[in-house]
Design a protein around this ligand. Structure first.
Ligand code: SAM
Length: 330
């Protein structure tokens, strides 16, 4: 069957605009951003409490991997999952900037009614918040446990939501290069734009990325740590250098580590103080990488002050240096 997106009026309009050299309205001009350093603020506190202290319209990307009531750890057990989830879901629209995005990891495979899952979250955000649904990303992996009474699960999902239609999306930063032979073949195809062929292909919404197994070098000890590769694709595509990325279920701090590598500011919240120990191990893994801009880890500073400083660094081209006092060595 034909891919229906070819007949989608919105897609046709965007493609015709692009042919005429006009950018889609989601475009945020970052051409003059010269990011010299970044800030990463760690908050050991309850997610909802932290969210309440975040000013409106300040966060470019909310990237979270919430607990789903699966009894994976002591933090993963709730009487009424959705009632709890609403408390943080209701804050996301308010804190996102107009070009802001939100990614929520989860799964659909949980069979126990008492558990939460991404279906419930998606249903709630679509019907009871102003967030817009953009994409459902299927994270496909080949490694996993076997099953005998149903098909063994080999995917998880992430929902991408945005605040407005003018969400930021940098597809070029996450394109996948074609192999040599395919590129040669496509360059001969008159229907394809040679520039786009050079840039690589759209990764699509099915991403094959291995899960971290027990002895993976990336592991820092958190039971549900996400692979850097999957977080990097979201950070690159849905936020821009110097913008603020928030993960209020930070776990081991994978999001913070990727933001350091990718030149974004980050706010990491988790109610488990072990976050700091895990983050230390993440930092060790990236220590000495030559492309990383100078960065500061902040703890104990007030949320508003942190966000003000991050926003100033982005808008104030003169004073691009960290003025916060509570810089810590983890
Ligand atoms: C699924 S893990 C996140 C793992 C993370 N993506 C990583 O790559 O390391 C969820 C985290 O949420 C934290 N958490 C659970 N309830 C919380 C709450 N009410 N406030 C803040 N953090 C919470 C847990 O401590 C846990 O580390």
């Amino acid at each position: 069957m034909a891919n229906k997106s070819h007949f989608n009026k919105g897609h046709l309009a965007i493609n015709s605009q692009r042919k005429n050299g006009i950018s889609h309205s989601s475009y945020v001009d970052i051409s003059d951003q010269d990011i010299k350093e970044t800030i990463h603020a760690v908050f050991i506190e309850d997610a909802v409490k932290a969210l309440k202290s975040i000013p409106d319209n300040t966060i470019q990307l909310v990237l979270i991997d919430p607990p789903y009531n699966l009894d994976l750890d002591y933090w993963d057990n709730f009487e009424n999952y959705l009632e709890w989830a609403k408390l943080w879901l209701d804050e996301i629209y308010r804190i996102l900037s107009p070009s802001g995005n939100c990614v929520i990891f989860g799964g659909f495979q949980y069979q126990d009614l008492k558990k939460g899952d991404l279906l419930e979250i998606l249903h709630y955000t679509r019907h009871s918040t102003k967030l817009r649904f953009v994409n459902l990303i299927i994270w496909y992996y080949k490694n996993g446990i076997s099953a005998h009474r149903f098909f063994a699960n080999r995917h998880e999902e992430a929902v991408w939501l945005s605040k407005t239609k003018k969400y930021y999306f940098d597809l070029d930063s996450v394109r996948i290069p074609y192999d040599k032979d395919t590129k040669k073949l496509y360059k001969k195809d008159k229907r394809l734009n040679p520039e786009t062929v050079d840039k690589g292909k759209n990764p699509t919404n099915v991403w094959e990325i291995s899960r971290l197994n027990g002895n993976s070098k990336e592991r820092v000890g958190h039971p549900t740590q996400k692979p850097v590769e999957i977080i990097r694709r979201f950070v690159r595509g849905l936020s821009y250098p110097g913008s603020i990325v928030l993960d209020f279920f930070a776990g081991s701090g994978t999001t913070g580590r990727v933001c350091i590598e990718e030149g974004r500011n980050s706010i990491l919240v988790d109610n488990d103080p072990l976050l700091k120990e895990y983050l230390k191990l993440h930092l060790k893994q990236i220590d000495g990488k030559f492309f990383i801009k100078p960065y500061s880890i902040i703890q104990g500073e007030d949320m508003k002050t942190v966000i003000e400083q991050m926003s100033d660094m982005l808008s104030d081209k003169k004073g691009n240096s960290v003025k916060l006092e509570k810089v810590v060595a983890l």
